[in-house]
Design a protein around this ligand. Structure first.
Ligand code: SF4
Length: 430
């Protein structure tokens, strides 16, 4: 979502004459868009600002603005602790950035803009065309979350669930199509909670499916509790909807899920996975895991490992529990750090083995790949992704950008697959 937001921020400031520079040391304005999910997010902001400060020690000070969830969570504290920062702007106030920049340009006051004005934000952003010109583009359809998992800052930094109107989303989608997008990833902190006037995510997906030039549709991130039957059904009926579902579970232990306030059990999750697989056997899953959540015993951890193997996730994103200030889990007693690290190592080893096993199954098979770009500095090498977001590289003398081709997968590592295009071209195997 930050990638999407950064692009929209640029669309806003471009309107008043700011343009991107390839030479950061010559910039006259820095907008640092931050994420609060990872550990030490706030320290990273001070570190980044410190770097700018050092680079500009003997030059005119650039304008420095902090945006994103760290701005939202820390607000005025950032301004007080680091005077080099001119403004903190929360995720609901990006539409105000040009006004804020103009104020700073004229009287260099420091500004805290962290109110929750999600409706106003999208009303204003709708007036500015999305200039993203990627083959695979992001599109925010929903923001905020009402779930209040005990470890998570999102309900505090992004506010309550809010869905944009289908009309506005389709208009923005059309802008992206006009700019060359072939794949749209619908974004939301809790994307399948999307509900605009009773129209749910499945309705929106069906509408986007009708756009001729869109070839692929994805959405992220889902919550198991919001996986309604119509969305499940869409995975059978909507041809452009990709068969990879990112469905965070966080833990394979019911005791820990309860303590996290996830509002679903392991059994609910497995039932959902099986229901989707029955309907469309091509569907595969990826997930997020928190290792070492307060109270996690060896048994809880082993239950997580068991779930990992049972679902055979093709991608697992695992993190050591790290307390986020202001969340209920931050007040819970942490478990031994060395034990947590050891568990993470064991988990990632198992997840890596599963991933490699899955990838080997792809060798000598055909994959449908949407090519996104020519690889810089490489002769005639193209980068694309298959339906499961696996990175694929092929060589071709023909321009593949924006095309979907059937690729014979020949080889690969944990991160990249290498292949050649069927018949039509005289390609190579990497
Ligand atoms: S559902 Fe996701 S975004 Fe919402 S509180 Fe839980 S972890 Fe955070």
């Amino acid at each position: 979502m930050n990638e999407y937001d950064s692009k929209r921020i640029y669309d806003v400031v471009k309107k008043i004459g700011y343009i991107k520079t390839e030479k950061p040391d010559e910039a006259n304005c820095y907008i640092i868009n931050t994420c609060h999910i990872r550990e030490k997010a706030t320290d990273k902001v001070y570190h980044d600002v410190g770097r700018v400060k050092k680079n500009f020690r003997n030059k005119k000070k650039p304008i420095v603005i902090i945006t994103g969830c760290v701005a939202q969570a820390e607000g005025e504290i950032l301004l007080k602790r680091e005077k080099y920062i001119d403004a903190v702007v929360g995720p609901q106030s990006y539409h105000r950035l040009s006004e804020i920049l103009k104020k700073i340009e004229s009287n260099s006051t420091s500004i805290d803009s962290t109110e929750f004005e999600v409706i106003e934000k999208f009303d204003n952003l709708n007036l500015i065309k999305n200039s993203d010109s990627n083959i695979s583009s992001f599109l925010t359809i929903q923001e905020g979350c009402d779930k209040f998992c005990k470890f998570c800052v999102v309900p505090y930094t992004r506010g309550a669930e809010f869905s944009r109107s289908i009309k506005e989303i389709l208009n923005e989608c059309q802008d992206l199509v006009n700019n060359g997008a072939k794949e749209i990833t619908l974004l939301g902190q809790n994307v399948n909670a999307f509900n605009y006037g009773g129209n749910k995510l499945s309705t929106l997906i069906s509408e986007i499916n009708k756009l001729d030039r869109i070839r692929r549709i994805r959405y992220t991130t889902s919550h198991p509790l919001d996986f309604s039957d119509d969305l499940i059904e869409a995975h059978k009926t909507v041809e452009k909807l990709m068969p990879l579902i990112h469905l965070p579970i966080q833990s394979g232990s019911n005791k820990i899920l309860k303590s996290m306030n996830r509002k679903h059990s392991v059994e609910d999750y497995i039932n959902l996975v099986n229901k989707l697989k029955r309907l469309n056997p091509a569907i595969r899953f990826s997930s997020d895991f928190i290792i070492g959540y307060p109270g996690e015993t060896d048994k809880d951890f082993n239950d997580t490992l068991k779930l990992l193997k049972e679902v055979e996730f093709i991608n697992s994103y695992s993190f050591i529990f790290s307390p986020r200030p202001g969340t209920p889990a931050s007040k819970m007693k942490k478990i031994d750090e060395n034990l947590t690290k050891e568990r993470l190592k064991i988990f990632q080893k198992s997840a890596g083995e599963l991933k490699m096993k899955y990838r080997k199954e792809l060798f000598n098979k055909k994959s449908s790949v949407l090519f996104e770009n020519k690889i810089k500095g490489k002769e005639n090498e193209f980068f694309g992704r298959d339906e499961y977001l696996n990175s694929v590289i092929v060589k071709s003398h023909n321009d593949l950008v924006g095309k979907i081709e059937v690729v014979d997968i020949l080889d690969g590592s944990q991160n990249t697959l290498y292949g050649k295009i069927e018949k039509k071209f005289n390609n190579f195997a990497a």
